[in-house]
Design a protein around this ligand. Structure first.
Ligand SMILES: NC(=O)c1ccc[n+]([C@@H]2O[C@H](COP(=O)([O-])OP(=O)(O)OC[C@H]3O[C@@H](n4cnc5c(N)ncnc54)[C@H](O)[C@@H]3O)[C@@H](O)[C@H]2O)c1
Length: 447
């Protein structure tokens, strides 16, 4: 039997009258909120960071690729931001986009999800749809989120299971985020959205909610299947990147150019997808998410050997970069200790303003540890302050006098840089991204 609560929420969604809450106004949540605003839904963004809430309510933006004009426009179309969780009661659909990092022991840190669930629960009302989007291990929605929502709500509400209707139910689904920051080749609307509901009604509602902003919704049988789908996608990337990183090191020994080889292999019109080597993994997803699964696997006495091996290789890449810099300087009869090194690009990938887990940060720390005098340049970061794992306190240097550096180290291949000019003006360029492809010069070392 279809609950009247679910029918009435579906009608509200289809009429664009459903109040949508997006919790976590970060890289995932804010663009999502804007998509719903674009489809004329009334949207409220929740965040515990008051600076973000104030900035948004004043029409400002703190994400490089989101223009302030978009926020100002959203405010005139029913968008507001708040840190007041009592306003959850006014919402019809609640989408959770809070961080899921690893703790210092490399284990899942679900504290943001549990804190969010604790804050929602007392304000939950029957008939609401709650969707978790944060990347996490299979089982989180059912084993962590739902128990808190059920235990801590004030009306004895239960998550709808097996379509049974009591009039006291709310609906729960998991739907992973698939954003690829900086990728402009696929319109956000064209990225299919995977959805796993706790029951058919929750799946229907979540499919209706996402169907309003995505062209295709892919339904899977459960929240756990949707959670696992996201991890498979990221583990696939992580393992393949480790494979090319390992092959890159072999190619360096053999005097081969791995980039040339990958480009050639990618001409195969079937069953080969190119992955590219680099100075190490970065970003919130690829270095982090696979370990959510390996942690969960231990509960089943299962070792995820591919994930562990890929992790080992990828974590070693910044050290390989340091040894390449040392060797390159050595060939010029210089030691890294005391050398001036300019790190070009600190974002974790090209053309984005995200530093999280960037290998550049590890590389800067390792260079400093070896006694190098390190400067950096990145168009997106005027300074590097303090993050979860580092405290560098550095200010960006300009590119006026590249000849003063013993080594210019390209860590992130931003499109803004003129690589020919960089090579012309530098004494030595170590390139970890193949940014100098096509430039012939003895000064360039590709690694
Ligand atoms: N950034 C990406 O490209 C990307 C892609 C796919 C999936 N994801 C996943 O999406 C989730 C969110 O990532 P993100 O990049 O948007 O993170 P983020 O750090 O940019 O944003 C998270 C926001 O949540 C807020 N927050 C934390 N606790 C809160 C609470 N209790 N209540 C309200 N707000 C709270 C933070 O202040 C922050 O503004 C993570 O699980 C991540 O793995 C991210």
């Amino acid at each position: 039997m279809v609950s009247t609560l679910s029918t009435s929420l579906k009608e509200k969604i289809e009429a664009r009258r459903a109040n949508v809450a997006v919790i976590g106004m970060g890289y995932v949540g804010l663009p999502l909120a804007l998509l719903y605003i674009g489809q004329k839904f009334p949207v409220t963004g929740f965040d515990i960071d008051r600076r973000k809430v104030d900035t948004l309510n004043q029409g400002g933006s703190y994400i490089y690729r989101i223009e302030t004009s978009e926020i100002k426009d959203a405010l005139t179309h029913g968008f507001t931001a708040t840190f007041d969780y009592s306003r959850i009661t006014e919402m019809d659909a609640v989408i959770i986009c809070v961080p899921t990092p690893l703790n210092e022991y490399h284990e899942p840190d679900l504290s943001y999800i549990t804190a969010t669930a604790e804050a929602i629960a007392p304000n939950l009302r029957s008939g609401q749809l709650v969707v978790l989007e944060s990347t996490t291990y299979p089982g989180t929605t059912e084993e962590v989120l739902i128990p808190i929502l059920e235990k801590k709500n004030r009306g004895g509400l239960k998550a709808s299971r097996n379509g049974a209707s009591t009039g006291h139910e709310f609906f729960v689904a998991f739907s992973p985020e698939r954003e690829d920051p900086g990728n402009t080749s696929v319109a956000r609307r064209d990225i299919p959205k995977v959805v796993g509901g706790l029951d058919e009604q929750a799946a229907d509602l979540a499919a209706a909610l996402y169907g309003a902003i995505f062209n295709r919704v892919v339904r899977v049988s459960s929240p756990a299947a949707a959670e696992m789908t996201k991890l498979l996608e990221n583990i696939y990337r992580c393992v393949n990147i480790a494979l090319v990183n390992e092959l890159k090191m072999l190619c360096l020994c053999m005097g081969l150019d791995i980039w040339e080889v990958i480009v050639a292999a990618a001409t195969k019109p079937f069953v080969f997808q190119p992955f590219y080597p680099g100075p190490g993994l970065g970003g919130h997803c690829i270095p982090v998410d696979p370990f959510y699964l390996s942690w969960k696997a231990k509960e089943f006495d299962f070792r995820t050997k591919f994930i562990e091996l890929a992790g080992e290789i990828n974590v070693g890449m910044p050290y390989q970069v340091i040894s390449e810099v040392m060797n390159a300087l050595n060939r010029q009869k210089k030691a890294l200790n005391g050398s001036r090194v300019l790190v070009l690009g600190v974002a974790y990938k090209k053309d984005i303003d995200d530093l999280r887990e960037s290998p550049a940060l590890t590389i800067i720390e390792l260079l400093q540890k070896e006694g190098a005098e390190v400067s950096y340049n990145d168009p997106y970061f005027p300074m590097i302050g303090r993050g979860r794992h580092y405290d560098l306190q550095m200010k960006r240097t300009d590119l006026n006098d590249l000849g003063q550096y013993d080594c210019v180290l390209i860590v992130t291949d931003h499109s803004d840089y003129d690589y020919q000019e960089i090579v012309n003006e530098s004494q030595l360029v170590v390139d970890t991204r193949n940014a100098t492809r096509g430039i012939k010069s003895d000064k360039v070392v590709r690694c």
